[in-house]
Design a protein around this ligand. Structure first.
Ligand code: OAD
Length: 241
């Protein structure tokens, strides 16, 4: 684990003196829980094509196939638990006055670890949305019925953001505010290639925040980050407490 400019102790000190902290997470925070990440040699997008499974067109074409894929991910997730990285983030929230967690993950593991103020940029796999009446509801059925229908008779879809879809305005505005107003932003376990999430750290930096990255490898953000700690989030994050 290394960061040229700052040590873990330096960051710990900064964290202690910060009034507003924002954390952005990606699939890497859940990797140590056993959730597959998207990119890289064993990533989900190596074996599946997003355009077949994670677009509104794919759902229109073959809703059963898309639901089968989400059902299999839900089945996997139902057996998994938060890891020390998730728990450390929940603990940081308790110690900071103004704290926001922005996650790109849909797995719900941050909530299970106790995180409260969360912006789920890409939705949540444990919610469904009716294509007819628009109602959003929690649904934890494992396995889920293929195809699931709403009480109004409309087809339900996973309440997640697919490729080609817009993020919710409300979530995006809250994420911008949290990025623009923090003293320190941690960017954890994301490859930093999907926008707008990837641009949040640069906004934070432009507004004067320190940006600290935790990842097992360098990313496009590394060159602009104030510090990058290379290693597993579940091992590095607990050291900040
Ligand atoms: P990626 O799969 O693109 O990136 C995961 C990142 O986690 C990589 O940079 C890994 O190096 C890092 N990583 C893996 N294990 C780690 C560990 N134990 N500790 C720290 N870092 C680790 O996932 P995301 O960046 O989250 O979007 O992907 C962004 C979005 O692309 C996802 O939300 C999803 C996907 O397509 C939608 O579905 C809309």
């Amino acid at each position: 684990m290394q960061s040229i400019k700052y040590s873990i102790q330096d960051i710990k000190e900064r964290l202690r003196n910060s009034k507003a902290v924002t954390i952005l997470t990606g699939a890497g925070i859940s990797a140590e829980s056993g959730v597959p990440i998207f990119r890289g040699k064993n990533g989900l997008w190596k074996n599946f094509r997003p355009e077949d499974l994670a677009t509104p067109e794919a759902f229109k074409r073959e809703p059963g196939l898309v639901w089968e894929w989400y059902d299999s991910r839900r089945q996997t997730l139902s057996r998994l638990k938060p890891n020390p990285g998730h728990f450390a983030i929940a603990e940081i929230e308790k110690r900071v006055k103004d704290f926001t967690l922005i996650t790109q993950n849909v797995d719900g593991l941050h909530q299970l670890a106790g995180s409260k103020n969360i912006i789920e940029l890409h939705g949540n796999i444990w919610r469904v949305r009716c294509l007819t009446c628009g109602k959003v509801a929690e649904n934890r059925d494992v396995p889920i019925k293929i195809l699931p229908f709403c009480e109004c008779g409309g087809l339900l879809r996973p309440d997640v953001v697919w490729f080609g879809e817009m993020l919710s305005d409300d979530n995006l505005t809250r994420a911008f505010v949290a990025s623009d107003n923090c003293d320190i932003m941690f960017v954890i376990g994301t490859s930093g290639v999907v926008h707008p999430a990837a641009s949040l750290a640069l906004r934070a930096k432009d507004e004067g925040a320190s940006v600290v990255e935790i990842n097992i490898e360098n990313t496009p953000l590394t060159a602009s980050a104030d510090a990058t700690f290379l290693g597993k989030a579940g091992e590095i994050l607990p050291q900040l407490l």
